[in-house]
Design a protein around this ligand. Sequence first.
Ligand SMILES: Nc1ncnc2c1ncn2[C@@H]1O[C@H](COP(=O)(O)OP(=O)(O)OP(=O)(O)O)[C@@H](O)[C@H]1O
Length: 393
Amino acid sequence: MITFEGVTKRYPGGTVAVDRLSLRIPSGRTTVFVGPSGCGKTTSLRMINRMIDHTEGTLAIDGTDVREVDPVLLRRGIGYVIQQAGLFPHRTILDNIATVPFLLGWKRGRARGRARELMELVGLTPELAKRYPYQLSGGQQQRVGVARALAADPPVLLMDEPFSAVDPVVRASLQDELIRLQSELHKTIVFVTHDIDEAVKVGDTIAVLRPGGRLAQFDTPEKLLAEPADDFVETFLGYDRGVRRLSFFPARQLRLRTHALVPQTATAAEAGATAARTEEPWLLVLDGERRPRGWLAAARLDPSQDHAPVDPATPVGELPLTSYGHVFQVGQDSLRAALDAAVLSPAGRAVGVHEDGTVAGVVAQTDLGEAIWAVGNEDDGTGPAEGAPDAAR
Ligand SMILES: Nc1ncnc2c1ncn2[C@@H]1O[C@H](COP(=O)(O)OP(=O)(O)OP(=O)(O)O)[C@@H](O)[C@H]1O
């Protein structure tokens, strides 16, 4: 555990970058420092590995005051990842990753062997080993930065805006990778970002800092989105925090409708009867393996409607179908994913699938509305039901 007790950083000249910060960063979890520019995030992070020394208060790692430890020794147990990776331009990728093992005096073969293992761990293919940093994409360079920080297997990893310099798609995949890595490695990660979406995605706990280097709130993402401590935090979280909060509630709590699923071999007459019986405006046509094929508007099958008549004997699989859009996974995804699927669906309905891609059922907007209402009206307001899908964030 990393503990800040009344930690202050006052620069010569009087700027107070961090003001009496007190918090406990749990071991083996990811804690994010987030807040607007200049609120003291980087300073707080760098005080942990003594790249900056604090001026007041106590900062301890597992009970040992960092000021009692030689900075060089301290940093051996603390990996550090920065924006744009900060790689050595004249060293190969493999030797960049092996930097700390070399410094620790490991034999070359062992250090490079470890570097190769780490390349695999962070998703870099072996043929990149002999390249130089300029021959890699920004996202690949960031992976090298993470691998280098992990080389000596430090229990603590500090990450300062590590994914800020890459485009949003690469950034999302790096965040996913970090979540996957952390589920294997259980490091004590302290992660700085100014992006609240990133904080909510990667953080187990989030410290929101306000200008003047003061702590505004320290909570789980769920709690933060449900109960911002004050107006500053609420404004910082943004006006879509309600929708974002749905990420913490599992889609499996949704009622799935299965009465308007029709196999592609059903005739138009049979499908018309299903539509009439269920009063569903859209039927979902399934292929022979119960995967979605597309939507069929019930109105197409109603002979009283003014359109080109459909031969009642035609199998529905031969009729023009409307794309079913994107689907959500019933067992893994969140309410937010289901809402997204419904909003983007031409039928206004979300298709829920099992892991193998077969259809579990369809969620209508009214069912989604009820589930969302229930989230907004939880009795204790403490957050998601049990089994909330971490991976779906
Ligand atoms: N060496 C320094 N001397 C004086 N003031 C400094 C020094 N370094 C940082 N500061 C000030 O301390 C405050 C906190 O800076 P810090 O870099 O920790 O903020 P931050 O939240 O990480 O900001 P950003 O998101 O813009 O990187 C700022 O007001 C900054 O100007």
